[in-house]
Ligand binder design. Structure first.
Ligand SMILES: [Zn+2]
Length: 396
């Protein structure tokens, strides 16, 4: 049985009203937690969930109900049918500081490698072609079959780990590390898995050409401030680190050389294609399962991606697009495998979804179900367009 607090409708509405006036989303969450007496947010229960966190979720449902009760009755009925005209209410998403990317230019190009002005060296011996890149992106808030706008230039980057076999990273295992790395490159090439692979020595290998699609992201969703992307194999570049998620803390171990190389590679690609920082995200943030409408089908970099070291703002703070734009949910295994940073994106996305439901005078469940129908319609539309290439594949 739930023994959650019984907040009066007026009290919760006042808390909600005050929270809406705090611009910084993290400060806002802190305010909500403080006001509601929740100081132990991150205390994990044996099943991986925080009891406080679950209580908080119940409270959140209470606020939503209170806000709906306070909404003028006439607003409800008139707006129920207007899902197709919706505009998103973008109030909870943090706006990361966009630091300008310095221009990076090609210093030397040979058959086997490239050198770039920021010190990046790209190995080309495994470079291969695939289907040429072309994709549809939807104007944010107007995601519908037929509303897509064509794109050809990479719009973003998805970061992966290979989850492949690892040898100890020390001098005694150099030959073994090399052999494993070469076998992995052949596998990635054969499967057109990623555009780039960064091996454990920090060497950057281009595998699938940037002008082509790669099978890295599978079923996936992301959005920036203007566009929504569905199935990112064709719109985003895939970069994978040869690394494995650690059993003990769910983090992915990257060597210092890999992190350094990733910073240079990200800088080069962002400079070349004017990729906004907001579109540089991890596979766990974008991966979805269309059959049960849950996020986090792939969980690589669900925790511990070194955004700051790679020269990016902390994009774990972005609300997860699949959740607030298409009504996806999540389950316990995902929460178990993610860190506190990822939860922030989850909570912000839930908050945003509730705000949008409230703004349109709809119960959250009904709003969510409308969003899910919209996703299914888009997926069908994309399958028609990309029918020849079948369902989108995803590496780890
Ligand atoms: Zn992945």
């Amino acid at each position: 049985m739930s023994h959650g607090p019984k907040l009066g409708g007026l009290a919760s509405a006042v808390i909600h009203w005050r929270a809406r006036r705090i611009d910084d989303p993290v400060a806002r969450l802190r305010f909500l937690r403080r006001t509601l007496g929740d100081q132990s947010w991150f205390t994990m229960e044996p099943d991986g969930r925080s009891r406080r966190w679950l209580r908080e979720r119940r409270r959140v449902v209470l606020w939503s109900a209170a806000v709906l009760l306070l909404a003028p009755a006439g607003q409800m009925g008139g707006r129920l049918a207007k899902l197709t005209e919706r505009e998103p209410v973008l109030t909870v998403a943090p706006k990361p500081m966009e630091r300008p990317v310095p221009p990076v230019w090609l210093a030397e190009q040979q058959a086997g490698f490239e050198s770039w002005s920021n010190g990046l060296r790209v190995e080309r011996r495994y470079e291969i072609a695939n289907e040429p890149r072309s994709f549809q992106a939807y104007p944010l808030g107007k995601e519908a079959p037929g509303a897509g706008q064509a794109g050809k230039e990479p719009a973003g980057i998805v970061f992966h780990t290979t989850e492949s076999h690892q040898a100890d990273f020390d001098e005694d295992h150099v030959r073994r590390l090399q052999l494993i790395g070469e076998a992995l490159l052949r596998y990635v090439q054969e499967n057109r898995s990623y555009h780039y692979l960064v091996d454990r020595f920090g060497r950057v290998w281009r595998v699938v050409r940037e002008s082509d699609a790669a099978n890295h992201a599978g079923y996936s969703v992301w959005a920036d401030d203007h566009r929504t992307f569905v199935n990112l194999n064709r719109s985003f570049l895939g970069i994978s680190l040869e690394a494995q998620t650690q059993q003990e803390d769910g983090r992915s171990a990257a060597t210092p050389a890999q992190v350094n190389a990733l910073r240079l590679l990200t800088e080069m690609l962002r400079s070349k294609y004017t990729i906004p920082a907001i579109n540089c995200v991890t596979h766990a943030q974008v991966s979805v399962n269309p059959s049960n409408l849950r996020i986090g089908y792939h969980t690589d970099w669900a925790a511990g991606f070194p955004f700051a070291e790679v020269g990016l703002p902390d994009n774990y703070s972005r609300p997860l697009a699949a959740l607030w734009l298409f009504g996806f949910s999540y389950d316990a295994p995902l929460v178990n495998s993610t860190g506190a940073a990822y939860w922030r994106g989850l909570l912000l996305a839930e908050d945003q979804l509730r705000q949008n439901a409230t703004a349109h005078g709809m119960p959250v469940a009904q709003w969510r179900s409308g969003l899910q129908s919209r996703y299914r319609a888009i997926l069908k539309d994309l399958q028609k367009t990309n029918g020849a290439s079948g369902p989108p594949g995803a590496a780890d």
